[in-house]
Design a protein around this ligand. Structure first.
Ligand SMILES: [Cu+2]
Length: 272
């Protein structure tokens, strides 16, 4: 009798040790995931996204990462349940398992859980979409973007400056220059077909539709030079419809505006 009790006590101690070890493993995994997503910034932790260079892009990135973490947690639960069923409920003989017609609590659970998951994803998507689409009434710089087959023109109405160029392969690309740390408003119009304004590092694209002006604002967080694209198939040379994005300091931006003004003044003077 004593031997049985000793064996039972040893068994209980073993189970407790295993539980503790599992808890440590789960904790370590959670810490590792948090460290990966919270601190490191690389293509793996961004799950393929480019490094965002706008405040709005950072919101998009966190939504993307959060959705993946939620998806992976659900996947782990599902894979765990599948493995548990495969390992612990495998066929052990010819005796059939208890046959039931339905299990009401389980059926209610797997109806409610997907609704809860969708509601949570919907809530965060709607919340972040409102943040990204938020427009303030006094942007620092306004850029009127005109899309056409197959290039772009960027007009700065506050300064009377227009910046254009050529489609890729035919000459210099149009340049979109903006200052870092300031609210920039973009007004998008098209003169012919539907285009789409896309800068991968903004983690954002918006359609450029004839007869339907679109608007959005961004605040750039770091300087740099990037390539913008048209991401709506708009005809033969759609893939060449590129532009250069230069995010510069406000002082550099003012210098560039002054240079462009001088160039345009000279050009208009020489044509007269
Ligand atoms: Cu296009």
């Amino acid at each position: 009798m004593t031997l049985i009790r000793r064996q039972a006590a040893r068994g209980a101690r073993g189970t407790a040790t295993r539980r503790r070890a599992n808890a440590v493993r789960v904790g370590a995994l959670a810490v590792m995931l948090l460290a990966l997503t919270g601190c490191a910034n690389n293509t793996f932790t961004r799950i393929g996204f480019p490094n965002p260079v706008t405040e709005q892009g950072k919101v998009t990135l966190s939504l993307w990462q959060g959705s993946w973490i939620a998806g992976m947690l659900v996947a782990c639960v599902v894979w765990g349940l599948i493995l548990w069923a495969v390992v612990f409920h495998r066929k052990r003989g010819d005796k059939l398992p208890p046959q039931v017609r339905y299990n009401m609590p389980i059926e209610i659970l797997y109806t409610i859980v997907p609704f809860v998951l969708i509601a949570v994803l919907f809530y965060y998507t709607a919340k972040d979409e409102n943040t990204i689409d938020n427009m303030v009434s006094n942007p620092k710089v306004t850029v009127n973007v005109v899309g056409f087959q197959w290039s772009w023109e960027f007009n700065y109405p506050q300064y009377g400056v227009a910046s254009d160029g050529y489609m890729w392969g035919f000459g210099p690309l149009p340049v979109l220059e903006i200052p870092v740390g300031e609210v920039i408003q973009f007004n998008l119009t098209s003169t012919d077909v539907v285009h789409s304004f896309w800068v991968p590092q903004f983690l954002f694209k918006r359609d450029v539709i004839p007869g339907h002006p679109n608007h959005f604002q961004i605040t750039a967080t770091q300087t740099g030079t990037y390539t913008g694209h048209c991401s709506e198939l708009c005809g033969l040379y759609h893939s060449r419809m590129l532009f250069t994005v230069k995010i510069v300091t406000p002082a550099q931006f003012q210098t560039w505006i002054a240079q462009e003004k001088a160039i345009q003044k000279t050009a208009s003077g020489s044509t007269q």
